[in-house]
Structure formats: C-alpha cells, structure tokens
Write a protein that binds this ligand. Structure first.
Ligand code: FES
Length: 109
C-alpha cells in the first residue's frame, strides 16, 4: 500500500477480540490483536526463544502466553508478567478504522 499504510482488514467487526491474527508486512510476520479499545501489533516471534506467539493464548487482561514455555507478556507495555525477564517488542501503529488501514512506522522503508 502507498505511504506505508497497509490494509489488513476487510471488516473489523468480524475480527475476534483477544485473538492473534497474522498477516505479512514486508516479509515480516506480524501479529495483530484487537483489544478492548485498542489494537496491538508485534513480530510473530517470542523474545525468549522465537516461538510463534500467534499460536499462543491471548487474555482479556491484554496479555499473551507463549505456547512453548508459557511466558506471559503484557500487550500494554511488552513486559514479562511471568517467566524470565525479556520483553515483547510492541510495534507502534496508527490506524484508520473507517478504511481498515494500519500504519507501522517501524516498518516503513
Ligand atoms: S519461546 Fe516463548 S516462552 Fe520460550
């Protein structure tokens, strides 16, 4: 998409909240999660040992549990809630939900 904006949704109403959805941006596998009132995005690789977080369990307290060693990360600040100290690198994002477009500043060329 032009100017770094990506259309990843056709209809946000069909997107299940607190569920990891996966899509590709510039050869990077990105996880997008619809929270209670905001969206969260991060690379689909656990900071502990690289497991696919999109296969993890997302919780309504805005956290996600890795399927491999069960570390739990906050989607609000990326910090570890349980498990050894490491942090989930959350992507900054802007979105225009009226046209279902997302902008990821870190992924702009
Ligand atoms: S790879 Fe995710 S907790 Fe170890």
């Amino acid at each position: 998409m032009s100017d770094g904006w990506y259309k990843v949704l056709d209809d946000p109403e069909i997107w299940k909240p607190f569920f990891p959805h996966v899509f590709w941006v510039k050869n990077k596998k990105i996880v997008l999660i619809k929270g209670a009132s905001q969206w969260f995005a991060f690379n689909d690789a656990c900071p502990h040992n690289g497991a696919s977080l999109s296969r993890g369990m997302c919780h309504t307290d805005h956290s996600i549990t890795c399927p491999l060693h069960r570390y739990r990360f906050s989607l609000i600040n990326g910090k570890t809630i349980s498990g050894s100290a490491c942090a989930l690198n959350l992507l900054h994002l802007k979105y225009d939900i009226t046209v279902f477009m997302f902008l990821f500043p870190e992924l702009r060329a």
